[in-house]
Design a protein around this ligand. Structure first.
Ligand code: NAP
Length: 317
């Protein structure tokens, strides 16, 4: 396993983090709780110690499933969860208010079956609550022992001003990044450096398109979010372009003997220094296949080829 320590913390985590979005059981087609639990056990057996979830995934279901799966292994794992997205009366909105944070953290701990959260992340800024108020509350949670560290997610260049005077407090930064989505590349690299944050990439497999198992006829049922046009990786020109990326991944897979998804993950690990890849995983086989991303490097030529084929052309986001 490859590990790193999150910036300004003593959290030592595997560079492959098991993403908990599918654990919510909502909008990812067929998911089985037993397969998810087994995947968590397989992950721990192989040295994966980092698990990401959010209170909003499956409206708490993901945290519950993760909590059940890690029972008896709490001391071996680093749990990252998120707050700040509320779903009420069929409406979704962002809330970073101290009152909501206090309620959310207690509910997350209960669902996770733990009395502390290692990494508590702001899922989205609400553009309302002053950052000082949020920090004051997060420090209060630290002092109470509810959380160990806190992190950011989905921030952009324009958020830098308010964060610049708080360097060293947040330890990590999640953003969407993969060979299928390089639009955040500059923010991910620059903000991580300037604000001293460890970059964590979400959607690292382009929601599954970079695994090599889908072709141009891909169709999802209405119980799968990827059936919707906003999941651009599976539609129109973007799908075509992604399949070209997959053909290069397939070539490299033949050269290296590694699985296609593991090469997509390795690209991030090699190209974004000191990063951690988050991959949504539904069963032990997917976990084992993604594990092949660790402990080797792509050659310069392979990286260049992948960079070139994944360059974002105008009009194809
Ligand atoms: N901060 C944020 O706002 C934010 C947003 C989104 C996600 N996240 C986090 O990032 C994690 C990763 O993102 P994601 O789950 O959205 O997308 P992802 O990791 O790009 O794709 C996950 C999907 O790919 C497929 N897959 C994974 N490994 C595979 C393998 N080896 N072989 C074949 N198929 C495989 C699975 O779906 P199928 O088998 O159905 O294809 C899986 O659900 C999430 O789980 C969550 O923890 C954070």
């Amino acid at each position: 396993m490859e590990y790193l320590t999150l910036k300004n913390s003593d959290l030592k985590v595997s560079r492959l983090c098991m993403g908990g979005c599918p654990m919510g059981g909502h909008g990812w087609g067929d998911v089985s709780e037993i397969n998810l639990e087994n995947a968590v056990h397989t992950a721990i057996e192989h040295g994966v110690n980092f698990f990401d979830t959010a209170d909003t995934y499956g409206l708490g279901k993901s945290e519950e499933v993760l909590g059940k799966a890690i029972k008896g292994n709490r001391d071996k794992v680093v749990i990252a969860t998120k707050f700040g997205v509320r779903v009420e009366g069929g409406k979704t909105f962002y809330d970073n208010s101290p009152e909501w944070i206090e309620k959310a953290v207690k509910e997350s701990m209960t669902r996770l079956g733990t009395d502390y959260i290692d990494l508590y992340q702001i899922h989205y800024r609400d553009n309302r609550t002053n950052i000082n108020e949020v920090l004051y509350k997060l420090e209060d949670l630290k002092n109470k022992g509810y959380i160990r560290y806190y992190g950011l997610s989905n921030i952009h260049e324009e958020d830098k001003t308010e964060l610049k005077s708080h360097i060293g407090k947040f330890v990590s930064f999640q953003d969407e990044y993969s060979l299928a989505c390089r639009k955040n590349e500059k923010d991910l690299i620059n903000l991580s450096k300037e604000l001293e944050l460890t970059p964590l990439t979400w959607g690292s497999l382009g929601q599954g398109i970079l695994t090599g198992k889908y072709d141009s006829n891909v169709k999802f049922g209405s119980d799968d979010r990827r059936s919707r046009d906003i999941y651009v990786n599976f539609h129109g020109e973007k799908l075509k372009k992604n399949l070209e990326i997959v053909s290069v991944l397939r070539e490299i897979s033949q050269q290296t003997g590694k699985t296609i998804p593991s090469i997509a993950l390795r690209f991030i690990l090699d190209y974004i220094s000191n990063s951690v890849v988050l991959a949504g995983i539904k069963n032990p086989n997917q976990l084992l296949s993604n594990l092949e991303a660790l402990k080797w490097n792509l050659t310069k030529d392979q990286i260049e080829k992948l960079k070139l084929i994944s360059e974002e052309k105008e009009g194809v986001q």
